[in-house]
Design a protein. Sequence first.
Length: 175
Amino acid sequence: MDDTLLVQRFLGAGGRDRDAAFEDIFSIHHRRVSGICERICGNRALAEDAVQETFLEVFKALPAFRGESRLGTWIYRVAVRTALRSRARLPPVADAVVEARAPLTHPDAALAARAEARAVQAALASLPAEQSAVVALFADDGLSHGEIAAILGIPEGTVWSRLHKARKALAAAIA
């Protein structure tokens, strides 16, 4: 269903119809919002809280949605801001456990892969929140610099700059 129709259906409905309209919005955008919240927060429980806060904020603010961007972009922007606030409230997790995804035949190779994955995860966790958000949106979600700029509400040049700084910091931390 088209974003405009979803918003109109939500705004024009009351009671159960309004709840059903919001459930449609939620089901369309939940997976993507969960993914970005988890990547920014770096902690599943914190990310789940951020997802709930995001959709609560969306529900409350949807009547003020002006349609200047796509609904998904607007919801994603709310999710990024919420996840960044959540991440800022807690100290970073030092030792996140990351399992190697590809099956490895040799035990030493599996241990090396896990150690490398932990190093990458630690390096990502050490990035400033603004850089972490840009990396997550670019590398994990495959968004363009322009889309990231729209979601974060920053100039496209700032996206380039934050991504460049993040790449340098990751390269230095992993090397």
